[in-house]
Design a protein around this ligand. Sequence first.
Ligand code: PGA
Length: 263
Amino acid sequence: MTASNAPRKPLVVGNWKMNTDRAGALALANEVAQGTTELREHVVVGVCPPFVYLDAVVRDLRASGYKLHVGAQDVSPEPNGALTGEVSVAMLEDLSVEFSLTGHSERRHVIGESDELVGRKTAAALSAGHGVILCVGETLDQRKAGQTDAVNERQLRTGLAGVAPEHLPILSIAYEPVWAIGTGNTATPQDAQRAHMAVRSVIADLFGADAAGQMRILYGGSVKPDNARELFACPDIDGGLIGGASLKAAPFIEIAVAAAESR
Ligand code: PGA
């Protein structure tokens, strides 16, 4: 994850959300690591367990010798202090957790995080050398109102406001239309590709065409083994952020295979 993005080797990340228990998390991480070992030349694979299991998952993987990138589902923008319940970048790095999601739609729309807060988290993580997958995406109402590109652009510009060009190699973007997350409704490959192109053009405007060409843009929202292939075949879709289908090893590994075979 901390390696360079170029030349856009696909990335597939499982977001476990508030699921699993300790034993289940260890078993799932091990099965995924084992089942994707042969794919490592063609796809980067990661998982985001709940905070409380991160240490155990990282240690267990280290002991087993299997490689899997491990990330957190969120991170505090502050280095330390009186912030009950928060987890800092340094704490995650202390556990060898390599990256964090920022701006996931459930944190924006269920928990109420603002674009500015997401931007502060993104900047704090990246400036400490901690990888980030910045999530953006429109709600159904915004989509119906024709605001998809405008919402993505606003979330990108604010989310990346504090990001310096030298941090881009450890940044990826995930486009996750809110109406597609956990609903079984996936964006069509055509719609997803169109949105990904628009996201890439915002990155080009912010950081230049070369940076945009190297930026991984993942699709997320009801990705399953049976729709992964056609999504990953799109030229601007560089892998996926997978929720429900990452909670069992077999479908998640199938999705990783689809990503590995997409380039
Ligand atoms: P889903 O979740 O695959 O269950 O739709 C994706 C996500 O929230 O990252």
